[in-house]
Ligand binder design. Sequence first.
Ligand code: GDP
Ligand code: MG
Length: 149
Amino acid sequence: MERTYVMVKPDGVQRGLVGEILSRIEKRGLKLAALRMNVMDEAIAKEHYKEHSERPFFASLVEYVTSGPSVSMVVEGKDSIKIMRAVNGATNPVEAVPGTIRGDFSIETGRNVVHASDAPESAEREIALHFEESEITGYTRIDEGQLYE
Ligand code: GDP
Ligand code: MG
């Protein structure tokens, strides 16, 4: 089973979308392995987005993700990294197709509601940045026998 780091960004929390987003993830068949709400620390946000540190939007991005509570989670399942990227939709909501979270609930790249790790290396790095191993649960969902062949 593969793990990925997913976040409902502060705009998603403020707009009352947490339940909808968690519901989509759960209904898809992916398992919530860890879940927390907090205001992301600025140093953690800078580390999280360090690949973008030279980009012109970096300062506003850090300000955005630390502007209020966000919901962080570890999501688990076969191919969870690729599936969560598809569930979230394209980074720019203009290109995000309807049926995706960004395609259904957002307008601008700078307020695109959700985050998900983009590769196995970033998933491992982001999970370790945001969670202690002891916070990540291990359990079997009752529907796993039907989800997987
Ligand atoms: P993601 O992996 O799909 O979230 O996209 P990226 O890793 O490319 O960018 C990270 C986040 O930075 C995006 O989700 C946006 O919130 C933000 N971002 C990326 N590009 C831009 C941009 O051109 N302008 C602004 N304002 N924000 C951006
Ligand atoms: Mg990214």
